[in-house]
Design a protein around this ligand. Structure first.
Ligand code: OGA
Ligand code: MN
Length: 219
């Protein structure tokens, strides 16, 4: 929480986000997150990368987890609240969780997120973040951390139509401060091949899916 109990997120941008989630299933906003915070998060990711603290990302959770460089080529590290910048970002996401629950009754319960670095040439093929019926990830988020992303840098996030995954409906540049969120089981999306090192934080609001004694691996 920001001192004084004020939200750190712009009220106007928040209501646009909620409306867009309801009307089309996804939202993208430029300058949604403060430039100073983005810079601190990017510095932290660069330190982690220099210290070889990032791990190759896989697909599938729990027992199903496997490395597939032909599907995704990023390296990641889960947020662990170790820095002031992380705690600030997680506080903003807690605020967002509350606002989404208030407006949409989605019962969002917790948030998990990882830093991601895509080296030049890396991509993430078209996918959805959770499967209907087993949807423990309810709302996906991505914050980009790259100041002055060049026009020919590639690495855009492509968004596809909910009812027709072959139809691209938007291409979002991974410029610092840009924030995207979408319904995890509905919106197909991809990371197009990047030409520059590409830094971001991907996160997911989850519902508590461990009810009934079923084990629900977090990652
Ligand atoms: C993901 C993802 C999109 C992006 O990590 O699941 O789709 O633009 N990321 O980084
Ligand atoms: Mn995804």
């Amino acid at each position: 929480m920001v001192p004084g109990g004020l939200t750190g997120l712009d009220g106007n941008a928040l209501s646009q986000l909620v409306d867009a989630l309801v009307e089309r299933g996804w939202f993208a906003g430029e300058r949604f997150i403060d430039a100073t915070l983005c810079q601190a998060l990017r510095d932290e990711l660069q330190r982690l990368s220099a210290n070889q603290a990032l791990n190759e990302a896989g697909i599938g959770r729990g027992d199903q987890h496997q490395l597939r460089r032909d599907i995704r080529g990023d390296t990641i590290r889960w947020l662990d609240r170790e820095s002031q910048a992380q705690r600030h970002y997680l506080a903003l996401m807690a605020e967002l969780q509350q606002q989404i629950n208030r407006a949409l009754y989605l019962g969002l319960f917790e948030f998990e997120a990882h830093f991601a670095e895509y080296p030049p040439g890396a991509f993430y093929k078209r996918h959805v973040d959770s499967f209907q019926g087993r949807a423990n990830r309810i709302v996906s988020t991505v914050l980009y951390l790259n100041p002055d992303w060049p026009d020919d840098g590639g690495g855009e996030m492509a968004v596809y139509a909910v009812e027709d995954e072959s139809r691209e409906v938007a291409r979002i540049r991974p410029e610092a401060g840009t924030f995207v969120c979408f319904l995890s089981d509905r919106v197909p999306h991809a990371v197009l091949p990047t030409r520059c090192p590409r830094a971001s934080i991907a996160g997911w609001f989850r519902r508590n899916a461990s009810l009934g004694g079923l084990i629900d691996p977090a990652r």
